[in-house]
Write a protein that binds this ligand. Sequence first.
Ligand code: ATP
Length: 251
Amino acid sequence: MSDEVEIPESHPRYHSLLTRHRIEAGVEKGITSQQGLIAQGRGEAFDYLLGEETISSADRAARAAAAALLRADQPVLSVNGNVAALVPDETIALAEAVDADIEVNLFNRTEERIERIVNHLRAHGAGEVKGLTADARIPGIDHERAKVDADGIYSADVVVVPLEDGDRAEALGEMDKTEIVIDLNPLSRSSQVASIPIIDNVVRAVPNITAHARELSTDSREELERIVDEFDVEEALTAAERVIRSSPPSE
Ligand code: ATP
């Protein structure tokens, strides 16, 4: 992360404060919704209990996610207002590492906010960003929330949906895609319906998937398949819940 605010790095809550500042700035710029602030608060509480670090089961999930993305035919990274505010550069780096498309996909969808996010990502160096065409619908959810690009999320075989709303995560899961969810709450519906739930903060998880993807980039398709097949969803969810329920916070 860059140091665009004046928070001393020695501050015990440095990363947490920086993350909070980025969300606030996202709201000011009109890329993050007001509900995004609430989602951030909920996420922070879980992150506090996880010790604000990537637990080993989340690291294994990030590795499985990297393998799934590398062996995908059409991977797409979904970006919402929180992701755009928190990890624009890291999302672009991941898209490059696994040759994925980026699609802006909002729960509280307005054309204006989508355009702002597309422009924000382009200012950070993204090439094509999908999301404005919205010429297909995810079956099973109401009209506005169902809109996606036909040649993007709709036809993707692997999608990364960080901080996704539970309804849409469920509907996407029913479309027979490999759904990679990044969410700090192992009990959220999004985490529960994911093919690969990564119970971690997006600010750590996205660069971690990229690092794994770089390391796995020369592996054979069979080896990538093996890594994905060996990933245990239940173990990932219960390990995170165990940490949250049992360990004292790290400070
Ligand atoms: P459900 O999936 O159970 O329907 P929800 O739609 O009620 O969940 P929201 O209130 O929309 O969930 O909250 C968004 C989710 O995003 C929460 O589960 C929260 O833990 C998670 N979250 C928020 N900030 C982050 C972050 N920085 N990294 C990862 N996850 C986050």
